[in-house]
Ligand binder design. Structure first.
Ligand code: GDP
Ligand code: IMO
Ligand code: MG
Length: 440
C-alpha cells in the first residue's frame, strides 16, 4: 500500500484539512509530523463545520489511527479541548489517537515569552498565532524542552519545570512581564499527565509495525512550504520544518516509507501575519477574494491577506518537496472574474530571477511578472465531473501544470467533500480510489 504525504505549497491555509478528509478513506493511518495548535484545518461535513488544530483531520473518518509525531509541539489543554469538540461533533476519540513520547510540550511561559519577543520586534513583528509555538521549539533546540514522556514521571517533571521557570523568570522580569510560580505549573501539568498518559506511545515503532502489516499511511502537513523555518520566507515563518524532511524527523521513519508527495495549492494566494507577499492585491479584487473565499484565519480569526496565484512560488515548493501531483483548491472563488492574473516569474533590479529568493528583504522588492488569463464564464463551484468543467478553465489548468511542472490530480470546487473533481488515472496510481469514491 502506498504512503502519501500531503503538504501545503504556499503560506498555509491551502485547504489541507478538506483534502485530507476527502482522501483519508484510502488510508489506515493519518499522521501529523510538525507544527502544533497554530494550525487550523477546516472541514465541512453536510454543512457542519469543524476545525482541527492538533489532531489529524483523518479523525473524522472513524476507523483511522491518528498519530501525533515527535515533531509536533503539544499544548495539553488544547489537545483535551479538541477531543471535547470532536466528541460534541459526534466523533469518538479513544484508542484511535496516539502521541509520541518525544513530542515537546508547550508551557504557559512559552506564550509569555512569545508576547515579549513579538513586542520587541516593533514594526517587524512576525504576526504569530500567539500559541507559544516558537518558544517551545526554541527550548527543544536549546536542549531544555519538556517532552510528553516527562509526564510519565512526576518527580522528573517537577524538576524540569522548576529549572525552566527559574531561567524564564529572569528573561520575563527583564521585560517587566508577569513571573511564573513553578509549583503552580507543576500542579496543572501533573493533572494533565493523568489524562494524557493513555495516548503517549512509541510512534516510530507503531508506524513501522503498521507499514509492515501493509497498512497505508497518510502524512498530514500543517502550515505550508513558505512558512518552513529553513526554506520559507525567513524570519517570517513558523518554527518547524513543514517541508518534506519534517516527515522523517517528525515521526522517526525512513524516507523509504514515503511513496509520493502531493502538494495543495489555492487558485490564488493568502497569507496571515507579517512578511513579504509579492502578489498581494491591495485593491477591491483583494477584498473580493477575502469575502468570497471567507479568508479569515481558522485559528486566530484574523483576515488573511489575499493575492494572485504565485506560480513561481508554487514551482519552488514543488522542487523543494519533490511534488509531482497538485491538488488545486478554491478555483470557485475566481468564478465570474473577467480576468485572472498568475505570476509566472520574478524580476529583481530588472533581472529575471531563476529561483525563489532566500532573503525576505529581496522578496520584498521583487517585481512579479504576470500572465493575464481570461476568466471562465460558467462557474466551477460544486462541479464533480471533469467533463462538466468549462473549456476556459481546462485551459487554465493546463497552463498552471506547464508552469509548475506538476500534474493537477484533484480539483476542489467547494468546501464539502463531494465538491471535488478526481482525476482518476492519477489517483489510482497512489491510493485506493474506490474507497474514496464509496465514502464521498
Ligand atoms: P488548511 O489550513 O490548509 O487546512 O486550510 P484552512 O482550513 O485553514 O482554510 C481553507 C478554507 O477554505 C476552509 O475554510 C475550507 O473549508 C475552505 N475550502 C477548502 N477547499 C475549498 C474549495 O475548493 N472551495 C471553497 N470555496 N472553499 C474551500
Ligand atoms: P495551517 O496548518 C497560516 C503563520 C502565522 C505567522 C507565522 C508564525 O492552518 O495552514 P507561529 O504561531 O507558527 O509561530 O506563527 O506562521 N502560521 C500560519 N498561517 N496557516 C497556518 O497553519 C499557520 N500556522 C502558522 O500567521 O505568520
Ligand atoms: Mg489553516
Amino acid at each position: 500500500m502506498a504512503n502519501i504525504v500531503v503538504l501545503g505549497t504556499q503560506w498555509g491555509d491551502e485547504g489541507k484539512g478538506k483534502v485530507i478528509d476527502l482522501i483519508a478513506p484510502a488510508f489506515d493511518v493519518v499522521a501529523r509530523f510538525q507544527g502544533g495548535h497554530n494550525a487550523g484545518h477546516t472541514v465541512y461535513i453536510n454543512g457542519k463545520k469543524i476545525v482541527l488544530h492538533l489532531i489529524p483531520s483523518g479523525i473524522l473518518r472513524g476507523d483511522k489511527l491518528c498519530i501525533i509525531g515527535n515533531g509536533v509541539v503539544v499544548n495539553p489543554q488544547a489537545f483535551l479541548d479538541e477531543i471535547s469538540e470532536l466528541e460534541k461533533f459526534g466523533v469518538e476519540v479513544n484508542e484511535n489517537i496516539v502521541m509520541s513520547s518525544k513530542a515537546h510540550l508547550i508551557l504557559p511561559y512559552h506564550s509569555s515569552a512569545e508576547k515579549v519577543s513579538e513586542n520587541a520586534r516593533g514594526s517587524k513583528k512576525i504576526g504569530t498565532t500567539s500559541r507559544g509555538i516558537g518558544p517551545s521549539y526554541q527550548d527543544k533546540a536549546g536542549r531544555q524542552g519538556i517532552r510528553t514522556g516527562d509526564l510519565l514521571d512526576l518527580s522528573i517533571l517537577r524538576e524540569k519545570i522548576s529549572q525552566n521557570v527559574k531561567e524564564k523568570n529572569i528573561y520575563l522580569k527583564h521585560y517587566g512581564a508577569e513571573l511564573f510560580d513553578p509549583e503552580k505549573i507543576f500542579e496543572v501539568y501533573a493533572s494533565y499527565a493523568s489524562r494524557l498518559k493513555k495516548y503517549i506511545a512509541d510512534v516510530s515503532l507503531i508506524l513501522d509495525d503498521k507499514i509492515k502489516e501493509g497498512k497505508a499511511v497518510l502524512f498530514e502537513g500543517a502550515q505550508g512550504t513558505l512558512l518552513d523555518v529553513d526554506h520559507g520566507t525567513y524570519p517570517y515563518v513558523t518554527s518547524s520544518n513543514s517541508t518534506i524532511g519534517g516527515v522523517c524527523t517528525g515521526l522517526g521513519i525512513g524516507p523509504d516509507k514515503i511513496d509520493a508527495v502531493w502538494g495543495v495549492s489555492k487558485a490564488y494566494t493568502t497569507r496571515v501575519g507579517g512578511g513579504p507577499f509579492p502578489t498581494e492585491i491591495a485593491d477591491k479584487t483583494g477584498q473580493l477574494l477575502l469575502k468570497r473565499g471567507n479568508e479569515f484565519g481558522a485559528t486566530t480569526g484574523r483576515p488573511r491577506r489575499c493575492g494572485w496565484l504565485d506560480a513561481a512560488a508554487v514551482a519552488y515548493s514543488c522542487r523543494i518537496n519533490g511534488i509531482r501531483h497538485l491538488i488545486l483548491t478554491k478555483p470557485d472563488v475566481l468564478d465570474g472574474l473577467e480576468e485572472i492574473k498568475v505570476c509566472v516569474e520574478y524580476k529583481y533590479k530588472g533581472e529575471r530571477l531563476r529561483s525563489f529568493p532566500s532573503e525576505s528583504w529581496v522578496l520584498e522588492k521583487v517585481e512579479p511578472q504576470y500572465k493575464k488569463i481570461r476568466g471562465w464564464k460558467k462557474p466551477v463551484h460544486g462541479i464533480r465531473d471533469y467533463s462538466d468543467l468549462p473549456l476556459a478553465f481546462k485551459d487554465y489548468i493546463k497552463f498552471i501544470e506547464d508552469l509548475i511542472q506538476a500534474k493537477i490530480s484533484i480539483i476542489s470546487t467547494g468546501m464539502e467533500r463531494r465538491d471535488s473533481v478526481l482525476i482518476e488515472e492519477d489517483l489510482k496510481q497512489s491510493m485506493n480510489l474506490e474507497k474514496i469514491k464509496t465514502e464521498l
